[in-house]
Design a protein around this ligand. Structure first.
Ligand code: ZN
Ligand code: FE
Length: 254
């Protein structure tokens, strides 16, 4: 099985830059482009040449470096259809297969945060690049879609194999943990994880990537079907999408 190397580094105030490198072909993809400078520096540090940009959605902190990087490297830009991706060469949609180096990614559309949001799922490498759809202990704010759409998108993520390694685009985990405890106060796994997160952040270490199985146990946005969480937000037995919407609204006002 072909394996890739992922290099993660901070960009902007709380984004992560992600370079995915294929040692067999030399191909290297940037997952989103928060800013060109740190991405160019990371490429130089690794001695890698950028061949692809894989964009998850149109927001500036995910596409801001597209044009400068394309100009500098001639890389190919692959991203969602919808017209919002600067310099796009290949627009993709639900179920499409993207080829990059020795690897193939399946495209999963996850509208909600934006209408154009997609996830790149590398099934054989057991890895998903989820942008601003799911975060460690959180999920993206619902800007363009509806709560129902966002819940349907998260349900797709929930259905991936539990061992999937999840790379999200931001380090929001400490704030997310504080909120998660407010709606899921009796969740022992969440309490234990919160301690681990505090230790990681105190040591200046990232909490990303995460593992889907861990999120399933502790992320309130994946747990609106949990009776304890439903009780805690006053919606025992309510439709799951309604519970999700309530949790998301509470987070917006937390
Ligand atoms: Zn975004
Ligand atoms: Fe973002």
């Amino acid at each position: 099985m072909a394996e890739f190397i992922v290099h993660q580094f901070p960009c902007l105030s709380d984004n992560y830059g992600l370079l995915v490198h294929d040692p067999a072909t030399g191909d290297t993809a940037s997952i989103d482009t928060p800013e060109a400078g740190p991405i160019m520096a990371a490429l130089a540090e690794k001695g890698w040449t950028l061949t692809h940009i894989l964009n998850t959605h149109h927001h500036g902190d995910h596409t801001g470096g597209n044009m400068a990087l394309k100009e500098a490297t001639g890389c190919k830009i692959i991203g969602p259809h919808g017209g919002g991706i600067p310099g796009i060469d290949q627009a993709v949609a639900e179920g499409d297969i993207v080829n990059f180096g020795s690897f193939t990614a399946k495209i999963i559309e996850t509208p909600g945060h934006t209408l154009d949001h997609i996830i790149f799922w590398f099934e054989d490498q057991n890895t998903a690049f989820v942008g601003d759809t799911l975060f460690a202990l959180g999920c993206g704010r619902v800007f363009e879609g509806t709560f129902d759409q966002m819940w349907a998108s998260l349900a797709k993520v929930k259905a991936l194999p539990p061992e999937t390694v999840i790379y999200c685009a931001h380090e929001y985990t400490t704030a997310n943990a504080n909120f998660a405890l407010s709606v899921d106060p009796d969740n022992q796994a969440l309490k234990a994880r919160t301690k681990k997160i505090a230790a990681l952040r105190d040591a200046g270490k990232p909490t990303v990537p995460t593992i889907l199985a861990v999120e399933l146990e502790t992320n309130p946005f994946l747990r609106p079907d949990d009776p304890g969480l439903q009780q805690a937000v006053g919606l025992a037995g309510a439709p799951i999408s309604e519970v999700f919407a309530e949790v998301r609204r509470r987070k917006d006002n937390f």
